[in-house]
Design a protein around this ligand. Structure first.
Ligand SMILES: Cc1cc2nc3c(=O)[nH]c(=O)nc-3n(C[C@H](O)[C@H](O)[C@H](O)COP(=O)(O)OP(=O)(O)OC[C@H]3O[C@@H](n4cnc5c(N)ncnc54)[C@H](O)[C@@H]3O)c2cc1C
Length: 416
């Protein structure tokens, strides 16, 4: 039997660990180079410590990026079912909440633990506290790190993007990918809080409301989501905000002025809300404008909605015109916030944009520019919405790259 081919994986995160496991299972000698003091730090923070590792509803519509057909191909090769089976075989049983899968134990550490156990079992060499500084391909790959130089026959770049750098992904992967000639789409924070223009945020900070939020850029609605909106002292947060945030980020990057339009009562049409307000007005003539909205909206929100509608909070209901009441109904359903910024990469869960997927082969994740170079995970120009999609992307691309890197090597050997 010939000498085992050496595969180095840069980055021991979600996609790097799966790539390493699959490469080792397929006969390669694998080394993981990880700059943090341990593997998979980010996994421990996922899903609020519970790790939402995939989703029952999985298709390309939950992902964004320049090339949807690339995403389709990857998901087709390694799907939700494959992820559940992969982890079940490693020991993690799943539990499902509204289609979101978590480990049965509700502990992200379970996912990390079983990956680490498998890495150990397969004899994969793990070098932590080892930052890769530069990579070069001559005959082999020459990998310069903070701890010395490594050689490899194949290289898998699994460095992540630059969201949450405290957990390891500091953007250095982009530099490495570019050094091989890869190009990138702009990278912006995504699944992130948004900053709004206005002086009222301090008044409503802490308010939560079930609302629909839509993001408009140049008058066009680009995204919309419904769920628990959180108002903060600088803007808006919560899952529905995260879901639309990448569009706001890109608009700001292009110096555009995104507008978030909030529907505080999505279950009512403007017409039915106007009728409801009119009915309440007739039944409560002794109340002030502010008092009459108590029971519908959070108390802190009421003065803000009234002011936006041009109604003084202390006016008696009989003093409010029919037109003003109609305007109030419209404002409750289309409350506008001009978005002036996002929180930074430090607070963002992921980044949108990255290495162009059209420069890779979707069936292997191999670079079309450099032979034997593979790229995985968040480093690429693909971002998923909240719900386990980004980890699914990491597992799928990791499995495909690791398998292909090792199987390619086996094929080559057999042909020799
Ligand atoms: C707080 C938080 C919660 C999240 N929750 C979820 C969730 O519940 N579900 C979900 O699907 N997604 C979630 N995500 C997103 C998901 O965790 C990421 O998309 C996924 O981990 C990306 O995997 P990756 O392998 O591409 O990169 P990462 O997991 O970021 O791993 C990259 C690794 O490479 C290492 N590295 C980088 N550069 C170098 C270098 N030069 N030399 C050596 N090592 C290097 C880093 O230290 C890191 O360990 C969450 C993210 C965050 C921040």
């Amino acid at each position: 039997m010939g000498k085992k081919r050496k595969i180095v994986v840069i980055g021991g995160g979600a996609s790097g660990m799966t790539a390493a496991i699959m490469a080792a299972r397929n006969g390669a000698e694998v080394t993981i180079l990880e700059q943090k003091d341990r593997l998979g730090k980010k996994i421990l923070s996922t899903g609020n410590g519970k790790c939402n590792y995939t989703n029952a509803n999985m298709d390309v519509s939950f992902f964004r990026g320049e090339d949807p057909s690339f995403v389709s191909s990857v998901l087709h090769k390694f799907s939700t079912e494959d992820t559940l089976t992969f982890f079940e075989k490693l020991g993690v049983l799943s539990k499902k909440r509204n289609g979101y899968y978590y480990p049965k134990s509700d502990q992200a550490s379970a996912v990390l633990d079983v990956l680490c156990m498998e890495i150990k079992k397969l004899g994969i060499k793990v070098c932590c506290n080892t930052k890769v500084l530069s990579v070069q391909k001559k005959k082999d790959f020459l990998i310069k790190t903070s701890e010395g130089t490594y050689l490899a026959d194949a290289l898998i770049l699994s460095t992540g993007g630059k969201a949450s750098p405290v957990l390891g992904s500091d953007g250095s992967g982009y530099v490495l990918a570019k050094s091989f000639g890869h190009s990138m789409t702009p990278v912006v924070p995504a699944l992130v809080q948004l900053h709004g223009k206005g002086t009222f945020f301090k008044m409503v900070s802490g308010v939560r409301a079930d609302a629909q939020i839509s993001l408009y850029v140049d008058g066009k609605c680009l995204a919309s989501d419904t769920g628990e909106l959180q108002l903060t002292n600088y803007g808006i947060s919560g899952i529905p905000v995260f879901q639309i945030s990448r569009y706001a980020s890109f608009a700001l990057y292009e110096n555009k002025r995104p507008l978030a339009v909030i529907d505080f009562l999505p279950e009512y049409s403007t017409r039915s809300l106007t009728a409801l307000l009119e009915k309440r007005r007739k039944e409560n003539t002794a109340k002030t404008a502010e008092e009459f909205l108590i029971g519908i909206f959070n108390r802190k929100l009421i003065p803000v909605l009234l002011r936006a509608s041009g109604i003084r909070s202390d006016l008696s209901l009989h003093e409010i015109t029919k037109e003003a009441m109609e305007k109030l109904a419209v404002k409750c359903k289309t409350f506008e916030i001009e978005i002036i910024g996002t929180n930074s990469f430090e607070q963002a869960q992921i980044c949108a944009g990255g290495v162009r997927t059209r420069e890779l082969h979707p069936e292997t994740m191999e670079s079309q520019i450099v032979k034997d170079l593979y790229l995985t995970g968040e480093l690429l120009d693909v971002d998923g919405i909240c719900g386990g999609y980004n980890l699914q992307w990491a597992w799928s691309t990791g499995v495909i790259a690791g398998t292909a890197a090792a199987c390619f090597e086996r094929k080559e050997r057999e042909n020799r």
